[in-house]
Ligand binder design. Structure first.
Ligand code: ZN
Length: 250
C-alpha cells in the first residue's frame, strides 16, 4: 500500500497531521508537488518531505520560488507576495532539492503529475480537460491504469466511478473502467469547501498476464490545528487572506 499527497504549501501543521494519520503498512508516500508557497513553514515542510525520502515532483510554486527567472506576473498579487516571502526564507539546500525534482514520475501501475499529463501548469477542472488528458493517458501511457494529479486543490476522480461519492475510507474500486485521473485533494490549502487535509491510500492490484488493473483507492480526511497554521501566517507578515482561507476551505 502507498499514499499520495499533494499541495502542502508550507502548512506544517496539516502535513504533520497527515503523517501521523498514515496507517501501518504504507510503504511509500508519493508527493505531487507544491510543497511550499502560501504557508509559513516552507523549510520545515521541505525538510520533512526530503528526510522522509518521498518521491516527489516539482509544482509550479516550488519552481516559482526556486527559479528566480520565473515571471511573477503570472501569479495573482497574494500568490506573488507569498512567493517573494518564501524566496527570502527558504534554505539553499531546500531550494536546490525543490528545483531539481522531476515534473512527472511513473511506476508500473501509476503516473504522477502536478497539473496535467500534457502540461504541469494546466488545471484539470472540467470534463473537457479531463477527457483530453485521459485520451493522452490511453495513447501515450498504454497500460497505465491511473494518473494522480494535483494543482487544483479539489478532490476528484474521472471518469466518476459507479459509486461516485468521495467519502472517507470508502474504497473506490478502480480495477475496471479505467484508466482514471484522480486528485487526492490538498494537504495544506483545500479549495473545495472542506477544511481538513486530504490524501489517498492506494492498494495496487496484482498484474495478471502483464496487464496492471487499476488499484483500490480510499480518501483520508485529517483534521489539524488550523488556528496554529493561521497564527504563523499572520506572524510571518504574509497576506491575511492566506490565513482566512484555511478556515473556509477556499
Ligand atoms: Zn498548489
Amino acid at each position: 500500500m502507498y499514499a499520495v499527497i499533494s499541495d502542502i504549501h508550507g502548512n506544517l501543521e496539516a502535513l504533520q497531521a497527515v503523517m501521523e494519520d498514515l496507517p501501518e503498512g504504507v510503504e511509500r508516500v508519493f508527493c505531487l508537488g507544491d510543497i511550499i508557497g502560501y504557508g509559513a513553514s516552507p523549510n520545515e515542510c521541505a525538510d520533512l518531505v526530503r528526510e522522509a525520502g518521498m518521491p516527489t515532483i516539482s509544482g509550479n510554486h516550488d519552481l516559482a520560488v526556486t527559479d528566480l527567472a520565473t515571471n511573477l506576473e503570472w501569479f495573482n498579487p497574494v500568490a506573488a507576495a507569498a512567493v517573494s516571502w518564501t524566496r527570502e526564507i527558504l534554505s539553499d539546500e531546500n531550494a536546490e532539492f525543490l528545483r531539481e525534482r522531476p515534473r512527472m514520475m511513473q511506476t508500473k501501475g501509476a503516473l504522477f503529475v502536478h497539473g496535467s499529463i500534457r502540461d504541469p501548469d494546466e488545471y484539470i477542472i472540467n470534463r473537457v480537460s479531463a477527457q483530453e488528458n485521459l485520451a493522452i493517458l490511453k495513447s501515450e501511457y498504454d497500460g497505465v491504469p491511473i494518473c494522480f494529479f494535483g494543482h487544483t486543490h479539489v478532490k476528484a476522480v474521472s471518469p466518476a466511478p459507479l459509486d461516485a461519492s468521495l467519502e472517507e475510507d470508502r474504497a473506490l474500486d478502480l480495477s475496471d473502467g479505467g484508466p482514471y485521473l484522480l486528485n487526492p485533494g490538498s494537504v495544506g490549502q483545500p479549495r473545495d469547501g472542506d477544511t481538513f487535509a486530504s490524501y489517498v491510500l492506494v492498494e495496487p492490484a496484482e498484474s495478471a498476464n502483464g496487464v496492471v488493473p487499476g488499484p483500490l483507492v480510499a480518501y483520508r480526511f485529517v483534521e489539524y490545528d488550523i488556528e496554529k497554521a493561521q497564527s504563523k501566517i499572520r506572524e510571518a507578515g504574509l497576506p491575511n487572506m492566506l490565513a482566512e482561507r484555511l478556515a473556509a476551505g477556499r
